[in-house]
Design a protein around this ligand. Sequence first.
Ligand SMILES: Cc1cc2nc3c(=O)[nH]c(=O)nc-3n(C[C@H](O)[C@H](O)[C@H](O)COP(=O)(O)OP(=O)(O)OC[C@H]3O[C@@H](n4cnc5c(N)ncnc54)[C@H](O)[C@@H]3O)c2cc1C
Length: 321
Amino acid sequence: MKTLEIFEHINAKSFEDAVAALQKGNAEVVAGGTDLIGTRRFNVLPSNPATLINLKTIPNADYIKEEGGFLKIGALAKLEDIAENDIVKKKYAALAEAAHKTASPHLREMGTIGGNICQLNRCWFFRKDDNYYDCLRKGNTKTCFALTSDNRYHSIFGMEKMCAAVNPSDTAPALVALDASIVTTKRTIKAEEFWAVAIPGSTVLDSDEIVKEIQIPTPASGSKSAFKKLAIRESIDFPIVNCAVLITSSGARICMNAVHNKPRRATDAEALISGKTITEELATQAGEKAVEKAVAMSNNKWKIAATAGIVKETILAAANA
Ligand SMILES: Cc1cc2nc3c(=O)[nH]c(=O)nc-3n(C[C@H](O)[C@H](O)[C@H](O)COP(=O)(O)OP(=O)(O)OC[C@H]3O[C@@H](n4cnc5c(N)ncnc54)[C@H](O)[C@@H]3O)c2cc1C
């Protein structure tokens, strides 16, 4: 049972301010708080940092604008603003749709893109209240409870680190498919390299590093993109699997998420469809190709077929956009 928690709360005035506060140690940043406050409230982790650094007080960090051949999105931009932005809807449709399909209207009005890509996983062993399971991802034992228990929604790829939790972000695959870069307070990271099997986090960020901006190159004229998501409830739910696809005149980028610790590009499927006229048959073959290396656990064989289906549907949606 949760007892009253006393913590310090700092309203950052700039990213430099926030980094300086992080560097003092035992601190973490909060944006919309829709993920982080839940982990604190339900005592998900063994302990919580004593200081919360509020990023929402940083001025002008929530912009969405085209500049110098890129769409630039401030880390504090709300998901609903991204979903409703006319430029994003027109030229970066996969991202607009991904943001639109995230959570519920209320959560999208609070949740930011920075928080969406940095959120922790939703594995029911990891997330169980009061740090109930001393699981591998918390760095405490050698056990991933999902490997031997109810793993119906867990990873179907690369359990090499033996943690079967999946990355639950809806915007992440769209950013990878659109070849985005993540600009932090230290460096610029290709979206494809931003997520990690890190424990307990989910990204390659250093402990004193903060996401400032997302940059997406403007797709060549004639490019089309789409996002699809399979979830139990349409109105509000994390993805069981999702997929984003970008089709250009000569190539394709396909990224799946909720299938591994981090988003996964389907490069074999990309090669199969690149430069070709997309037919239902080709999209079906690409969906099957995307899961060729998938490995089922005891309860999630069905998820491999579901993933193939979502990849197929997303390719067709992009081609017909
Ligand atoms: C009921 C419910 C349903 C949900 N459904 C979905 C869903 O369908 N799809 C989905 O993708 N997500 C979903 N979410 C998760 C979450 O609400 C969203 O991902 C949201 O975008 C998180 O953004 P935030 O600003 O609230 O993050 P916060 O909660 O403020 O932060 C989340 C994490 O990111 C870190 N962080 C935040 N901003 C930065 C930054 N700029 N730089 C570095 N680290 C940062 C924080 O330290 C924290 O660890 C759901 C959440 C709930 C509660």
